[in-house]
Design a protein around this ligand. Sequence first.
Ligand code: RIB
Length: 312
Amino acid sequence: MTQPQDPPLRAVLVAGTINTDLVARVEKAPEAGETVTGSAFSIFGGGKGANQAIAAARSGAPTVMLGALGDDDFGRERRADLDAEGIDTASVARRDETPSGVALIVVEEATGQNRIAYVPGATRTIAPDQARDAVMRVKPAVILATLEPPEDALDALFAAGTTIGAVSILNATPEAVGARPFLDRIDALIVNETEAADLLGHPVSVANGETAARALSRLGPNTVAVTLGAAGVAISHDGETTSFPAPRVEVIDTTGAGDAFCGAFAADLARGADPFTAARTGVIAGSLATTIPGAYPGIPRRDAIERKLSES
Ligand code: RIB
């Protein structure tokens, strides 16, 4: 007798950094040459890639991480964090010669705004073969990548994604100009105001967010989301453009808010939602992420997102 087949799992594959965040809370971030006294120090799991993978997993998507860690305590801790979230870490390489990624973060008490310097370490050793193998092993419905892995690995990742018909999303961060070689081969682009400005060559703000999304779409991607912090998101898809405001929340720490948007957005696309619905979900996820200190701790689960969606 033939058994009924399980429906294929619509997985999200996330490529990017896995960092350990060393975070100081301060009244006011220091200027060049200035030293300020902080009020608290914490160590959190972080890294844009890992934050996005956790966001996708907490949004209910089967999630796979593509990355690399050093053979060190930070690396072992972060791998354990991802495993504990149920994320597939079989495509996270362990490197003997290169340390795990680390970010130094200063968060201002009053605004929750951060300043970040990070050293990707092992993330820069992600190899093209590793990327290709991950795609062919998992056959994800959605591929979500930052610009943190090397360009040749991203190139192999998106090429493999095309062969299996995966939806490709590029979060053009941290340095958006690195997105240029990929703009005409990705389905969706996610940028914040600064990254949008870097790609367009003029300032982008809430006032021209929708215009910027349309202009970026003309560079290639059929879907463009410009995240606008507390103002939400402007999204252009298939020639239609709209905005979704963010709910008002008490902002404690903005670290990982953009990543929460990306992961929740990708998880929604993987379950078949349209990009407008996914962007609305992403805005709620990003807002909720700002209400709790630290990257991993702040990323909301699907039930919290749905509760907030039903209130708005
Ligand atoms: O987007 C936030 C992340 O950026 C932090 O978790 C930190 O690791 C930096 O890379």
